[in-house]
Design a protein around this ligand. Structure first.
Ligand SMILES: [Zn+2]
Length: 152
């Protein structure tokens, strides 16, 4: 066997590189009050920009039987896949708030959402992911979030 390495490239800072991405983070933050997060108190908002200009938002939807809930990212990605199956994803912004308000640092998507993002890459190609924080944000490619995704 040979040793191999995989590195990821990402950008981190207070300012995002474009107005479009700043607006996308703003949309992810604006939907936070729509999250159904009565159990955890942790609200997540996602805003998905499609290549046709459509912006699809989603929030986490918790359930008393916790596995039955759904993350904000997958809510938005599945809706986009259902409503606009031929349109590729351009960018996904993710924002979060706890019971004290918007989180200072960014939040990162869970493993299941990363696998669903990998499927979106398969459908339409790689896209940007913006982890929006009050004090700093991260910008990276969706493919960087999950090396070696499950494939059939
Ligand atoms: Zn998730």
């Amino acid at each position: 066997m040979e040793k191999r390495e995989q590195t990821i490239e990402y950008f981190e800072g207070k300012d995002l590189p474009s107005v479009e991405y700043r607006e996308l983070c703003k949309k992810a933050q604006e939907v936070l009050p729509d999250a159904y997060s009565i159990y955890s108190g942790f609200s997540v908002g996602a805003a998905l920009l499609l290549e046709n200009g459509e912006v699809i938002t989603g929030t986490n939807q918790e359930n008393a039987a916790s596995p039955s809930g759904m993350c904000a990212e997958r809510t938005a990605l599945f809706y986009a896949g259902s409503r606009f199956p031929q349109v590729r994803v351009k960018a996904l912004a993710i924002a979060a708030a706890d019971r004290n308000g918007p989180v200072k640092a960014y939040v990162s998507p869970c493993g299941a959402c990363r696998q669903v993002m990998a499927e979106s890459i398969r459908r339409g190609g790689d896209f940007d992911v913006i982890l929006c924080g009050e004090e700093r944000s991260i910008l990276l490619k969706a493919s960087a979030l999950l090396p070696f995704p499950f494939k059939m």
